[in-house]
Structure formats: C-alpha cells, structure tokens
Design a protein around this ligand. Structure first.
Ligand code: NI
Length: 228
C-alpha cells in the first residue's frame, strides 16, 4: 500500500526548510547507500551528522507526531532521523531496495531500526522541476509519485523503487524509514482501514453503540499483532 499523507508541513514550514537548505553543504549521497544501491545512486545529501539535518529533522518528526493519518498508516515504533537530499542536473537513483536494518546513532548507542516503511517528504513543488518522480514497483505494477511540497508518501520498505532523472530545476526532499509496531503490511493495512472506518462512523453517528465494539476490536487486533 502506498499512502499519500497531505500537509505534513505547512507552507510556512516548507519555506523555512527550503531557505535553510539553500545554503546547505550537499555531500555525495552514496555515503548512506548500501553496496548495491551505491552503484545506482547519484544525488546530493546532507551528512547525518550535519547540524542542519538534525534541526530540520526535528521539525519533521514534530510535525509527524501531530499528524493522525501518519500514525494510523505507519503505527510507528521507531523513526530513523530524517535525512535530506537534492537531485538536479540529470541526477537520479536507479532501482534498488533499501537496507532492511539501519542503525540510528543519533542518541549515542546504535539503535537498530527495521525499515518496514520508507517515506519521502517532498520539499520542492512539482512545478519547480521536471522528472524526479519516485517510482515504486509493487505487485500491481509501477506507481509514479510526485507530490506537492509538504506532502509525504509512505511505501513498503520491501518495494523496488527509483527516482527518475531531474532534468530541470532541483528536487529537494526529506526521506527516512519507520519501524512499525506491526511488521506485516497486510495486518497494518487491515488496522488502517478499520481505523478509518471507525473515524468515518464517528463523524456520522458519534454515539453509535457499535463504535465501542469496533474500537475494542481495533485495539485487540493491535495488541495481538504488535511487537512492542
Ligand atoms: Ni531507497
């Protein structure tokens, strides 16, 4: 399941991030790539230790924490500190699968993060650049993703994906990985659909007695399936 999450950052936050990133020290993106993906990767990236990555990463994490759709879709247990990249001048990233485990060293001791979900938060508006679509392959074929600035796409960490060459302008984005409380994509999707249905019923018939049962079912499934 690909999930489009709108307005993670508002226009003011996007403008702030972009202004801070204008003077950023973009390094070769291959530093965080695994052996196979380094061969396919050609972009600029902020070093993980760059204070600007930490600063803007905190802004992104704070915004995610307030977004109910992100929580419902990802059921995040751990989030790898957001990274930032930039593609311009024909740069691209060929087909690859992200590393299964990443080590978050931001808090001292290395903390493993299983990459159940990958996320891209777009910081450039689609009209600012040509190309640069995130192409995600799943059993239904290819999905081409290019979202408004401030919007995020969540996609399964298991999927083959690539970034098309950016042939005009620049594509600036934040990207990161999420270890979910629920490892199975099917179970996560079931919980998400149940959560949405409960919210929709709540909106229409707030005092429907069945809501108590359905909410109980949701939490009991989450308890059963989560590996907290
Ligand atoms: Ni990737």
């Amino acid at each position: 399941m690909l999930l489009h999450i709108e307005n993670v950052l508002d226009a003011g936050q996007v403008a702030h991030a972009r202004q801070r990133l204008d003077g950023a020290d973009w390094a070769d993106g291959r530093v965080t790539a695994g052996y196979q993906s380094a061969r396919a990767k050609n972009n600029g990236q902020l070093a993980e230790s760059d204070p600007l990555a930490r600063e803007l990463g905190a802004l992104v994490l704070d915004a995610l924490g307030r977004h109910p759709m992100f929580f419902a879709g990802a059921l995040p247990r751990r989030i790898y500190p957001p990274l930032f990249n930039r593609y311009a001048g024909g740069q691209s990233f060929g087909f690859h699968v992200d590393n299964a485990i990443r080590y978050d060293r931001s808090l001292g001791e290395a903390q493993p993060v299983r990459t159940d979900l990958s996320a891209t938060l777009f910081l450039s508006a689609p009209e600012e650049y040509d190309g640069g679509e995130l192409v995600v392959e799943d059993t239904y074929g290819e999905h081409r993703v290019k979202l408004p600035a401030g919007d995020l796409v969540l996609y399964p960490g298991t999927s083959l994906h690539r970034v098309e060459p950016v042939v005009r302008g620049a594509r600036v984005a934040s990207f990161f990985w999420i270890q979910s409380f629920v490892r199975s994509p099917t179970q996560r999707r079931t919980l998400f659909e149940l959560d949405l249905a409960i919210q929709q019923i709540t909106g229409r018939v707030p005092d429907a007695p069945e809501l108590v049962t359905l909410t109980g079912v949701y939490h009991n499934l989450l308890r059963e399936w989560s590996d907290a």
